[in-house]
Design a protein around this ligand. Sequence first.
Ligand code: AMP
Length: 208
Amino acid sequence: MRMILFGPPGAGKGTQAARLLERYKVAHLSTGDMLRAAVKAKSELGQAAEGYMKRGELVPDQLVCDLVVERLAQPDCTNGFMLDGFPRTVPQAEALAVTLEKAGITLDLVLVLEVPDTLIVERITGRRSDPETGAIYHLKFNPPPADVAGRVVQRSDDTEEACRTRLAKYHAETTPVLPVFEAAGIVKRIDGVGTPDEVTARVIAAIS
Ligand code: AMP
């Protein structure tokens, strides 16, 4: 299966990706995770990306495209992949199309997780993750267990201000990517409101 997980920040892409990977065993390509790892490693890419990420802005297309093209060439992507958070702009979608065409690969599905903006800010500002396991929690909707609660951390771009910037970028720069996939007939829209289990059930139904 070769698919894109699409949706605004805080739609539940990371949470659903973790669940789907257990089931479908494909490579998970989250550009957000890759960029955060680069920032943590203080690599050249990380240093170039950090400021944009903190402000909730998009990292320049060329940097992200190079990262994805390199990652897609790795052997674990041959059996399928799940792109999460990419493409986020029309030039990124074009770069992806060129890469896939060169490799003779077609996409099966673009899954759009739909969540209204009014819910996104609450979801994002309450989001926490466990630095040891990567598990994602929410202080109100999915609180971490007592033995994990003491060590959860908040992403530096999960502030209300950065969240509003990220949402604005999503509507202005990312949603214009969808029409091309819609024309190809591979877009499925999923209601992303509800518990993680409810959304997973909808996602699995859509995939099958
Ligand atoms: P995410 O974890 O997907 O919410 O991404 C976190 C941040 O990483 C975003 O707010 C951007 O600053 C950056 N980022 C992730 N994916 C991309 C992308 N495809 N294009 C540009 N910037 C990205």
